[in-house]
Each structure stands twice: as structure tokens, then as C-alpha cells.
Write a protein that binds this ligand. Structure first.
Ligand code: FHN
Length: 421
């Protein structure tokens, strides 16, 4: 074949050859349940809970790294981790009592210890002291309590020798293998929450193949954006974007403004993600409820973290805060669940959510006699306090709503504004 013809064929066929290599990306999962749920509970639990008794670092789940504990020493915790008081049903009832709709659980954190029965290692909760498949117990309890469940999985692994010695082999055999186990052995799941991605680009992690594998095994599972260095909040592979702690939650991003993807803010109540005996003063229930309202008003979800003790119990001061949030949601959940951003509309005070014909004005305090709405394209039909049902006077010329002398809830009071045709 002469060179000219070969070149011509190559030019014509090259795009097809390239496509033949790149796997056709499977469709994104339906994210409606996630956008409606608004509030989830994050649980960080692993061997680091045991180490917390003498950890000095702010991130106890990083103790092995920060305190330079040799693997052979740290891994001894696997033969001490025996959570006799762990009851998955108690956790799920805690989730529901908080008014949360889903739980995201650390199936394996950076320490490398799997809280599920993995055929790829005996460094897991089934093969060591606990002799339990924690993930399996949580999935069973989640289904029994109508709680959606996602698995956090750290691609970073301080235990597996190949992570340092032969990363491609670790990725191909161990990481892909364990994610496949999580997507195969526990029935339908609602999400995979990757973490620990920051040292390597998405190509190194083979992110497209990984996402495709998950979608082929779990078509309804939502996948987050921690798929490679620098792709958080931008990768089109993800079903939702993540933010972390108050510093990131405060940032308004273009992706948020343009609603490119749903987003989720994960937050600790104290300092550490995992259990830490001296975790310092936890955020108040008021701050947590107001953070939930802020995040939801901007189109996001709040994933609020607890770090259970080594025995499987959750510190009481954290449960108390979850119950306070649940109490507030019992009264005001209509203004949170299933809502969306009130695009194009602003209120003279408070934060807005929208659902159907209603706008919800979330007021932390009463700093004026009225609330004025701008950007409305429909007239205000009526207004009332959500908690008490008290009708509020409406001025349709000014699109203003008169507030009562005192608001019912010192944390956040909600005004329901019904819009006319
Ligand atoms: O290093 C982890 C940390 O322990 C925790 O799991 C958070 C939760 O998003 N993620 C990493 C820090 O960004």
C-alpha cells in the first residue's frame, strides 16, 4: 500500500481508533433523591477511633501519618477493634431522628483497614478481632429504616505496600477490586464517595474506567468528584460536587451559581473527623441548623459528620445536636426537603428556598418590620408563619410581608409565601 493511501486511511480511521480506546461513558445516575434529601450523616469510623485515646493531631484519622506510626505497630489495632456496642439499627434510628435521609460511611479510610469483608486482604473487620462485616450490617439496617446509604472509599492507602511500591498494580488489582466488591456484594447502593485522590491526576487513578465500572454495577449510585488531583468541583464524571468544612462552604463558586451539579458540604461538629476524646467544643445546634439552611438555600446538601467511639457508640453531645436539628426539621422540614434554589428572587432579609407555588423565607432574626421580595414574576397570594400558621399581612404593591412583633424560633423562623398564578 503506498504511503499516501496509508496516510489517508490513518487520517480517516484515527478518530474511530481513538474512540475504540476510550470507553463510552455510561449515563449519570438519577440524582433526584439526592437533591430532595438535603441532609445526610457522615460517619468516620475505623482503627483511628482506638488511637484517638492518645492522638494529639487535629485530624485523628491522620494519626498514623502525622505521628509517623509504623504500619506494623498501627495495624495491631486491627486485633483490638471489637465494637461490642455497635448496633447498626441504633445508628440508622439516630440518622432518622436527626431528620437526615442518608448515611455516608467510611468503608475504608486512608489507614487501609476495611470495615467490610474483602477477599483482597485480611486487614478488614471480618478477618480480625471484630469478626463482623460492618458495611453489611449497615446496609441491612439502612434498608430497614428507609435510609439511603453511600460508601466512602479512600483511594489513598497507607497499609497496602503496592500503594507506594507499585501504584498501577495497587490501582488495578486492589483499588478496582475493592470498589467492585462494594458494588457487588451488598445489593443496590446509593453512592460511592471517593477521597484521598489529591496526589495523582484522574488519569493515573483511571477515573473514567472506575466511574464506568461503578455505573455498570450500580446504575443508581451517585459518585462524587474526588476522582483526581484538582478535579473537585469541575470533573464532568461526577454526579455531585463536594465542599469541606466551613472555609469551603462559605465559598460561592461558578459551578454553584450555574447549578452545573448538585453539591454537598461535609462538616465536622468538633475538630476531628474520627472519634477524638478531647475533640474540643462542638459547633452549637444553632450554628449547625443555620449552616444547613444556608447550604440548602444555595442548592446544596449538608453531610454532617460523627466519629463513633471504638465500641460503636456515638458521643452523646453529638447525638444531642443531631436531635436538635431533627426537632427543627420536624417543624420546618417542608421548607427544606424537596426544595430548590429560589433563582432570580431575593429577600430583604433571610435566606430563600422554593418548592411548587411556595417560597420559604428563613429568618435568623427580626431586623425589620417587613420582608420585601424582589424579582418576583408572580403575585404573592398569601403569607404565613410555618411554625404557627399565623397569617401575615401582604402588600402586593411593594411585595412586602409584615412580620409579627416576635418570631417563633430564635434559631430560624420560616415564612411561607404562596405565589399566585
Ligand atoms: O483526609 C480526609 C479526612 O480525614 C476526611 O475523611 C475528609 C472528609 O471529607 N477528607 C479528607 C480531607 O479532605
Amino acid at each position: 500500500m503506498n504511503r499516501f493511501l496509508a496516510l489517508a486511511l490513518l487520517t480517516v480511521l484515527a478518530p474511530f481508533a481513538a474512540n475504540a480506546q476510550a470507553p463510552a461513558m455510561l449515563p449519570h445516575a438519577d440524582n433526584t433523591w439526592f437533591k430532595d434529601a438535603k441532609f445526610g450523616i457522615f460517619v468516620h469510623w475505623g482503627l483511628y477511633a482506638l488511637h484517638s485515646t492518645n492522638s494529639k493531631g487535629p485530624y485523628v484519622s491522620w494519626a498514623m501519618h502525622d505521628e509517623k506510626i509504623p504500619v506494623e505497630i498501627y495495624s495491631r489495632y486491627a486485633d483490638q477493634f471489637n465494637p461490642t456496642a455497635f448496633d447498626a439499627d441504633v445508628w440508622m434510628k439516630m440518622v432518622r431522628r436527626a431528620g437526615a435521609k442518608y448515611l455516608t460511611f467510611t468503608s475504608k479510610h486512608h489507614e487501609g483497614f476495611a470495615l467490610f469483608d474483602s477477599a483482597l486482604t485480611d486487614y478488614d473487620s471480618m478477618d480480625r478481632a471484630a469478626k463482623r462485616d460492618i458495611v453489611k450490617e449497615l446496609v441491612t439496617a439502612a434498608r430497614a429504616n428507609d435510609v439511603n446509604i453511600s460508601f466512602y472509599y479512600s483511594t489513598l492507602d497507607w497499609y497496602q505496600p503496592d500503594f507506594k511500591a507499585n501504584l498501577p498494580k495497587y490501582i488495578d488489582e486492589f483499588m478496582f477490586g475493592q470498589v467492585r466488591e462494594l458494588c457487588t456484594n451488598y445489593g443496590p447502593i446509593d453512592g460511592i464517595w471517593f477521597d484521598g485522590e489529591w496526589d495523582h491526576p484522574a488519569e493515573t487513578w483511571r477515573a473514567e474506567e472506575l466511574v464506568n465500572m461503578i455505573r455498570s454495577l450500580q446504575p443508581n449510585a451517585l459518585i462524587n468528584d474526588r476522582l483526581g488531583k484538582g478535579v473537585r468541583g469541575v470533573t464532568p464524571l461526577a454526579d455531585f460536587y463536594t465542599r469541606e468544612q466551613m472555609s469551603e462552604i462559605g465559598e460561592k463558586t461558578e459551578a454553584e451559581e450555574k447549578e452545573v451539579r448538585p453539591w454537598e458540604a461535609c462538616l465536622t461538629m468538633g475538630i476531628a473527623w474520627g472519634y477524638r476524646r478531647d475533640d474540643g467544643p462542638a459547633k452549637s445546634s444553632t450554628e449547625l441548623i443555620r449552616t444547613l439552611v444556608d447550604v440548602v438555600s444555595r442548592g446544596g446538601n449538608l453531610l454532617l459528620n460523627v466519629g463513633p467511639r471504638p465500641d460503636g457508640t456515638v458521643p452523646e453531645h453529638l447525638v444531642a445536636r443531631l436531635n436538635d436539628i431533627g426537632d427543627w426539621l420536624m417543624v420546618n422540614g417542608e421548607a427544606i426537603y424537596g426544595t430548590r434554589k429560589a433563582n432570580g428572587i431575593t429577600a430583604s432579609s433571610g435566606k430563600l428556598t422554593a418548592k411548587g407555588d411556595n417560597l420559604y423565607v428563613h429568618l435568623e432574626s427580626r431586623n425589620a418590620d417587613t420582608v420585601i421580595l424582589t424579582g418576583l414574576t408572580r403575585p404573592v397570594k398569601s403569607a404565613r408563619l410555618l411554625e404557627t400558621g399565623e397569617a401575615l399581612k401582604v402588600d402586593n404593591t411593594a411585595n412586602s410581608i409584615a412580620l409579627p412583633a416576635t418570631l417563633p424560633d430564635p434559631v430560624v423562623s420560616v415564612v411561607v409565601v404562596e405565589l399566585g398564578a
